[in-house]
Structure formats: C-alpha cells, structure tokens
Design a binder for this molecule. Sequence first.
Ligand code: G6P
Length: 489
Amino acid sequence: WERPDGRPIRQRLLVVANRLPVSAVRRGEESWSLEISAGGLVSALLGVKEFEARWIGWAGVNVSDATGQKALTKALAEKRCIPVFLNEEIVHQYYNGYCNNILWPLFHYLGLPQEDRLATTRSFQSQFDAYKKANKMFADVVNEHYEEGDVVWCHDYHLMFLPKCLKEHNRNMKVGWFLHTPFPSSEIHRTLPSRSELLRAVLSADLIGFHTYDYARHFVSACTRILGLEGTPEGVEDQGQLTRVAAFPIGIDSDRFIRALEVPQVQEHIKELKERFAGRKVMLGVDRLDMIKGIPQKLLAFEKFLEENPNWRDKVVLLQIAVPTRTDVPEYQKLTSQVHEIVGRINGRFGTLTAVPIHHLDRSLDFHALCALYAVTDIALVTSLRDGMNLVSYEFVACQDSKQGVLILSEFAGAAQSLGAGAILVNPWNITEVAAAIGQALNMPAEEREKRHRHNFTHVTTHTAQEWAETFISELNDTVIEAQQRIRK
Ligand code: G6P
C-alpha cells in the first residue's frame, strides 16, 4: 500500500450501516445542521489510523425534494458521510416493519409477530420486498462510490441482503458483514418465512462476524440445518466456496471515558451528584427504551428488593435513563406506558415527601453527564432479556476505577462472556434472583469489589473498539487474499 513516491496509501473503507452517525436537522430550504453522534462504531473507526473511512447510510430524516437532498448530501460530505434517501413508505415497511417488528424481536428470542403485532403490520412478504428494495438502494449508493481496492463493511440486521446485491454487481469487491445483535438458535431462525433467502444473501460476504462464539455457532448451524450446507471450523462451505464466519467481540474507546472524568465540568457534576444523593447508595440503569432491555423486569426486581428490605428503603435510589427509540413502532409505545405505570406505582408505594426510590428519565444524557453518572454509581443494573453485547456495562466499568462499584449483568447479554467473572450474573426473568443480587451487591465487602472490578477494568481497557475494527478488517483482507490464492491453485 504505497504510492510511487513511497508515501503510504491508506486503504479506503466504506462503512455501510442503516443509520449514519449524525443527526440531521433541516434549518432552511438549503441549510442543514448536523451533529455527530459518537456511538461505538464511530469511536472504533476514528481510532483506526490505517484506513480512511467513509460512511454510507440513512440520515434518519425524510427528504423528498431535490434541493434538500442536494444540500444535505453536500453538508454530509464534509463529515465523510454519504446519504441513502429512503422515502416514508419504505421507512415504514423496511425499518419499522421488517427490521424492527420482525427481525429485531426474532433475533432477541421474542418470536415472530402474533395477533395484534401482526395486525399492525402488512404481510411478511410486502415487508420483505421493501427490505430487499431498501438493501438494493444502499447497494446502488455503494456501487456509485466504490473504487477498486476499497473494503466494504456492512453492518447489522438491516442489511443482510446487501452482501448479495454488492457481489452480484462486482464479485471482486471485498465485502464483510457484522451483526451487532445476537444471532439466535437455528430453531428460532427457521421460523422466519424468508429464512433461506436471508442466509444465502449474507453468505455472499467474504467474512461474517458476530460478537460471540455462540452467535457464530448458531449461524453456522442455521446454514447447515436449513440450507444443508457444510459447516467447517472456518465457516460455511457451499460447493467448494468458503464464507469465513468468526467471533469478533466489540469493545469501547475506554480512554475517551477515562479522560472525560478529568474534565472540570464532569468533576463539578460528580460533586453535585454526590451531594444530591449523600447517604444513599446509587443504582443506575442506562438503556434504550426497548423490550429487549428488560426494564419492567428490572423495576419489578427493585420493587421486590424494597418490599423485602425495609431498612434499605430510604438508603438506596435507582436512576433509570430510558432513551426513547423506534417510537413509531406500537410495541415500543406500549412499553413506555408500561414502564411509567410501574415506576409510578413503586414511587407511590415507597416514596416519602422528600425522596422517591426511582428517578426515571425518558431521554438521553450528553456524554459528560453520563460519565459523571457512571462515576458516582455504586451498582449498575444491566438486565437485558437478550443483548448482542451491551456496551453500557463496559462504559460503567471504564468510569469506576476510583469507586469500584458492582456490575449486575444479565447472562443473556453478550458482555456476560467477557465481564462475567467480575460481574454478578443474573437471569433477568427471575425477579427473586435479581432482588437477591441487589442485596449481595449492596453488602459486598470492599476487597471483593476491588477484585471483581480489577478483572473487568483490565478487560475493558485492553479489548477496545479500535482493536475490534482493526482485527475485523485485517481478517477480511486476509480472507480475500487466501481465497484468491486457492483459486490460483
Ligand atoms: C441496536 C442496533 C443498531 C441500532 C441501535 C439503535 O444497537 O444493533 O443497529 O443503530 O440499536 O437503533 P435505531 O433503530 O434507533 O437505529
């Protein structure tokens, strides 16, 4: 990778994800304001110096006029982002429908829509058609911007059809696909009407990645049992052609969190929070308001704990940040009301004129406020019913080096495989068990907390997002080189 004059050429990386890492707000006919949202993927790729990343995705807004589209494209180009324009009908059928009402619940073991959920959607087939159409629209944009030698990295369940569209257009394109959710047991996947077509489409990629070894194993089993293909230790083989399948557990940019704790504004905030909650132990939940996060179950476990431990009632507070998400999907609307009802009941039962046991926020916090909150927390409660990885658990650990609080972690989050030895692992469906874990965490001796924290902190600071991205991309490059060598032989 050198130019003729010896200067290194950075390999171009096209990152394709449903959503661009920006939020776009229209200010006028030709004017847009953009804000970068620094999620896991963005920080991972910012740290990877040898690649020049460009993002392709939906900007999250409907822009139907040509002037608006042109202006947004221009504004996004400055952030190295390239938009895919999806109209309202496609968003409804592809994003709200097939992605978030069918694939998302299925991959998290909540099953396919039945009765009312099915009634709120059109048929599977029309949603699947919209899904394929949307994937094709992403492919068209990739093809337009692709240059020979680029690496194309497709992300997540929204874009399972994309590898096929890309390879049909150019079979020499280097294509990787990574799933950020769990891949369920093949017995779950086989209930999906379009099960085979989706698997085959993903298998067009050169390299397929998952967060855990179990998800990779489930995927390979689905290919062997449903498609009748051969599973090998390297991946899946179809008529002598191998698609590599492997686990690449993601991490976070831990330095960014550790450094933030030194920022004066964060320190000030930490001081305020400590004063505000003096004399009480702080428990924290940070989740998107999604049924897979198990927020109602967590609240019920906390209620049980308060019921059984009257002596703790005014000595502990639960701060629950529930970030609204996918608010057009009826299931998510119902969940919001359910959570509000439980919070109201618990606060009514155990609150006093001066204090309530739960502070519930239906919004996100900015990065610095979140770091301050992580730093003052005694116990983090991550009780997802299923979760691809769950990076909140990593972020909490990164901010806890002076406090060494306890992480209560669902055994159904991918993170349980990496932070399990330091956390208290729980089955989030078992409210009695979670209530007992809260008691155990509150009473844990400092020495044990230190030992558990040390284990997790070492993991979080050595398995970073940058390392994850580098490993995946270099594995993708190697996979393609090996495949070419096999063909030459
Ligand atoms: C999960 C998915 C991501 C998605 C995120 C937010 O983490 O794996 O792909 O971006 O949720 O969901 P949203 O639907 O708001 O983009």
